[in-house]
Design a protein around this ligand. Structure first.
Ligand SMILES: [Zn+2]
Ligand SMILES: [Zn+2]
Length: 258
């Protein structure tokens, strides 16, 4: 019998510190309403072109301080200080300094088209190829897929990354190769309920390599925090067990606060 999955955390949420609509307090309020016992604040790294605060540098100190305040108020939820970093080079570099990453409770990283790349070469490989050239020929498509896979795999090897966000969204990646490396490094692959790119075929293929998954809302509106139902249904349909999903309640273990 397949064990029922129950989730206790949403590890992927945005606020006004990047291009979300609400505050940290708003995200926490909605997470509590949904009965979650953990929520991560994971605003975009500074290379994102979608930031509302393009001129300022991302204020990690302020974000961390606000999270501490929220953690001081509530006893029924733990708020994690995190980031959705951008992979900005073919060598797997992230757009967040290591000393900042080392202070975080959770690190998410992903490939995005709307970023400032680390170099012209990275811009051509990771942005222009994926956005336009890969549509022109199968060869260029294959090259883009190879470069994307290489960049993400190097990022996983080089940095402590807990979750790769929306794998395959906009930028094609070799699932099996990525899953194998992530499994080796304890990095989870995300089932993202905003973008809904992931299919049961993807999950089953990745799961065969022994990787674990995280179901995340990628909420940009506070009311979407904890909106994980579609990902949960997909994970169940793919036959995932609770031990294969990092934010699922494990058998015999009651969620801490629920
Ligand atoms: Zn993203
Ligand atoms: Zn996101």
């Amino acid at each position: 019998m397949i064990a029922t999955l129950r989730l206790f955390a949403d590890y992927h949420t945005h606020t006004r510190y990047s291009h979300g609509k609400g505050t940290i307090a708003d995200n926490v309020a909605f997470a509590r309403q949904r009965g979650l016992s953990e929520v991560a604040i994971t605003d975009h790294g500074p290379a994102s072109l979608l930031m509302s605060n393009l001129i300022r540098r991302t204020d990690w100190v302020q974000i961390r301080r606000e999270i501490e305040v929220q953690n001081g108020i509530y006893r029924d939820i733990r708020i994690l200080f995190g980031v959705e970093a951008n992979i900005v080079s073919l060598d797997g570099d992230l757009d967040v300094p290591r000393e900042v990453l080392s202070q975080m409770d959770i690190v998410l990283a992903g490939l995005h088209l709307f970023v400032v790349p680390a170099s012209l070469r990275a811009g051509v490989s990771l942005i222009i190829n994926n956005a336009w050239l890969s549509r022109l020929s199968r060869n260029l498509g294959r090259r883009a897929r190879r470069d994307n896979t290489r960049a993400v795999i190097r990022a996983v090897r080089k940095n402590r990354i807990d979750i790769i966000t929306h794998p395959g969204l906009q930028l094609s990646i070799d699932t099996r190769e990525l899953a194998r490396v992530c499994a080796d490094h304890g990095t989870a692959l995300e089932i993202n309920t905003s973008h809904r790119e992931v299919t049961t075929d993807f999950i089953q293929c990745a799961a065969e390599e022994g990787v674990r998954f995280a179901i995340g809302s990628d909420a940009h509106d506070p009311w979407r925090v904890g909106d994980l139902g579609q990902g949960l249904a997909l994970a169940q349909a793919a036959g995932l067990r609770p031990d294969q999903v990092i934010n699922a309640v494990k058998p015999g273990q009651a969620p801490r606060f629920q």
